[in-house]
Write a protein that binds this ligand. Structure first.
Ligand SMILES: N[C@@H](CCC(=O)N[C@@H](CS)C(=O)NCC(=O)O)C(=O)O
Length: 207
């Protein structure tokens, strides 16, 4: 298969739903147009996106949306997605879990009132965030402890890596940066394993 012409539209930031896709394409050495847009540009262009959201991947001019589907597609191009159906199910499960907790987290972004946001984040930390950190760590253990599928790096590892990176970044008000270290140390080891990948090092040194 000849590699199609790819254009990824997503926010100009480290993190979020488009970041694992960028990482996968970089690791696989797959050529693509990295169309980074500001929040204001995204808001202005929203009606032109198929579901009013990003990321949007153009494949030879055809738009495709939904980040985990995009991850699976670029994972196949970059050899970061399992061929084996069972291993693929393991890979998808981890990506789906991160998507679920992302939805719960994003629900707190629009809370303007500081006290209300603080309370919502405290509930998030005590409830779903801690639960997902523990359960995703348990999933990693079940899959062998190092990677989420096929005993090697896949797009699932990249998605979990981006999530844990965000949690530890301090960008989320009222989410303690050491939460992952405290409740899911194996996930932090996993984070460090991925962070030390030469291509990931290169990406963050550059981007
Ligand atoms: N299920 C979609 C969700 C996409 C989504 O919610 N994207 C966010 C940014 S990460 C967005 O565009 N938000 C703007 C809005 O909701 O208006 C996916 O996985 O790609």
């Amino acid at each position: 298969m000849t590699t199609p012409k790819l254009k990824l539209t997503y926010f100009d930031m480290h993190g979020g739903r488009g970041e694992a896709t960028r990482l996968a394409l970089n690791i696989g050495g797959v050529d693509f147009e990295d169309n980074r847009i500001s929040f204001a540009e995204a808001a202005a262009a929203r009606d032109s996106f198929p579901f009013r959201r990003v990321p949007v991947l153009e494949i030879d001019g055809q738009e495709v949306t939904h980040s985990n589907g995009i991850n699976r597609f670029v994972g196949k191009l970059a050899d970061l997605y399992p061929n084996d159906p069972v291993q693929a199910a393991f890979c998808d499960e981890a990506m789906g879990a991160v998507e679920d907790i992302t939805i719960a987290t994003v629900a707190t972004f629009s809370i303007q009132d500081e006290d209300e946001r603080k309370a919502a984040r405290a509930r998030l930390v005590a409830g779903p965030l801690t639960l997902y950190l523990k359960r995703i760590q348990a999933l990693l253990k079940k899959r062998g402890g190092e990677y989420f599928a096929e005993g090697r790096l896949t797009v699932a590892d990249l998605k979990v890596f981006v999530w844990v990176r965000g949690l530890r970044s301090g960008n989320l008000d009222y989410v303690p940066t050491d939460l992952s270290d405290k409740v899911a140390p194996l996930l932090v080891e996993h984070f460090e394993r991925i962070d030390n990948h030469p291509k990931i090092r290169e990406y963050y040194a550059r981007a």
